[in-house]
Ligand binder design. Structure first.
Ligand code: NCC
Length: 330
């Protein structure tokens, strides 16, 4: 039940986040905030919130202190290990701002779905887990389904800003690769020991703050010194930072209890369910593309969840054959 709640929050936050972020980047005046600082502040907030959660988990201040001393001050190796995903996430989170400064939110959301197969590939390569052929098929079916479900006829919104769609798509491509890799890497570290999720998060956000600060310095250094770190922070920008922080933490909980591929499937299901709910509640009209996409999403979930034995029986002789072939060639 708790998981279902986390999934729903994660998906709703992600959808709101994208639209709100896009909105804050389309202000035509020269008062635009520095997006690199927003990414940095997000890491700080997530660190503080994770400390709070860890305090709750440990129960007493003295135990909290012990845990922090042991896992942060006396674990440079672990900190180094988690600096890998924190660098990659720093790139990814900055790329989201680049992409949404140059592309419409709907276009972004649809293209970003490429992260589903990318995540599946990373899972197979890095967690030495295997997917049956049918599961691979369902991964691509999900990707197509979510694309259709989120498909919106491009509205001709007149934004008064200069945009470079090509740059936007490059940014999405980088974000897709980063999301797959960092997600699976964090999952691997998290599940390889029984160290608490909040400790892992704290370890990651510490280097995250450092890396995103370097990002601020390298990209907007002079301008930030001149105008201030929080220059251009409207309530909307604060809202975006808030959503990014909450969304990140919910994501980590979801990954703890499921995995990154399941995260993709459940997010898709949540989108479908929330739309169907608004049809029932508010009489929203369902489009043909949505219905087709929803059908694909449901079918892909069904196919992905089919018992694996049947397919592994089929693929077993395959690998045996391959092995024999290899032996013969040797
Ligand atoms: O792309 P996605 O997630 O995989 O990005 C993961 C986000 O979660 C943060 N994170 C991850 C692990 C961890 N232990 N702590 C974290 O804070 C990372 O910093 C990264 O921001 C998704 O599956 O679609 C999802 O998408 C993002 C976001 O919509 C996209 O990245 C678009 O920019 C969602 N984030 C938010 O809504 C803020 C995430 O909830 C789900």
């Amino acid at each position: 039940d708790g998981l279902l709640y986390c999934l729903t929050v994660m998906t709703l936050v992600a959808a709101t986040y994208t639209v709100a972020l896009r909105y804050t980047r389309t202000i035509p005046t020269g008062d635009l905030y520095f997006s690199t600082t927003a990414v940095c502040i997000t890491e700080i907030i997530k660190l503080v919130l994770s400390l709070g959660m860890l305090a709750k988990e440990t129960g007493s201040p003295s135990r909290l202190k012990n845990v922090i001393v042991e896992h942060v001050f006396c674990s440079p190796k672990e900190l180094l290990k988690l600096s890998v995903p924190s660098v990659v996430y720093a790139v990814q989170n900055n790329m989201a701002f680049v992409a949404l400064s140059n592309l419409d939110a709907a276009v972004y959301q649809v293209t970003y779905q490429l992260k589903i197969p990318c995540t599946a590939l990373c899972t197979v390569l890095m967690l030495s887990r295997s997917l049956s052929r049918l599961q691979w098929f369902s991964v691509f079916m999900l990707c197509g389904g979510v694309t259709l479900v989120q498909w919106k006829p491009a509205e001709v919104t007149k934004v008064q800003i200069e945009q470079n769609p090509f740059l936007g798509f490059i940014a999405i491509a980088i974000a897709v690769l980063c999301s797959g890799f960092a997600g699976v890497y964090f999952e691997k570290v998290l599940k390889s020991s029984d160290t608490s999720l909040w400790v892992r998060n704290i370890q990651m956000y510490l280097s995250g703050i450092l890396v995103t600060l370097i990002g601020v310095y390298m990209t907007d250094g002079e301008k930030v010194l001149e105008k201030g770190f929080l220059f251009g922070y409207t309530p909307w920008v604060c809202f975006v930072v808030f959503l990014a922080s909450v969304g990140g933490l919910y994501t980590s909980v979801v990954v703890k209890y499921t995995d990154n591929i399941m995260k993709g499937f459940s997010a898709a299901a949540a989108i479908v369910i929330s739309t169907v709910a608004s049809v029932i509640l508010f009489g929203l009209q369902i489009t043909f593309t949505f219905a087709t996409g929803a059908l694909l999403v449901c079918m892909s979930i069904y196919l992905y969840g089919l018992p694996k034995q049947d397919t592994s029986k089929v693929s077993q002789p395959d690998t045996d054959k391959e092995l024999k072939q290899k032996l013969i060639t040797v």
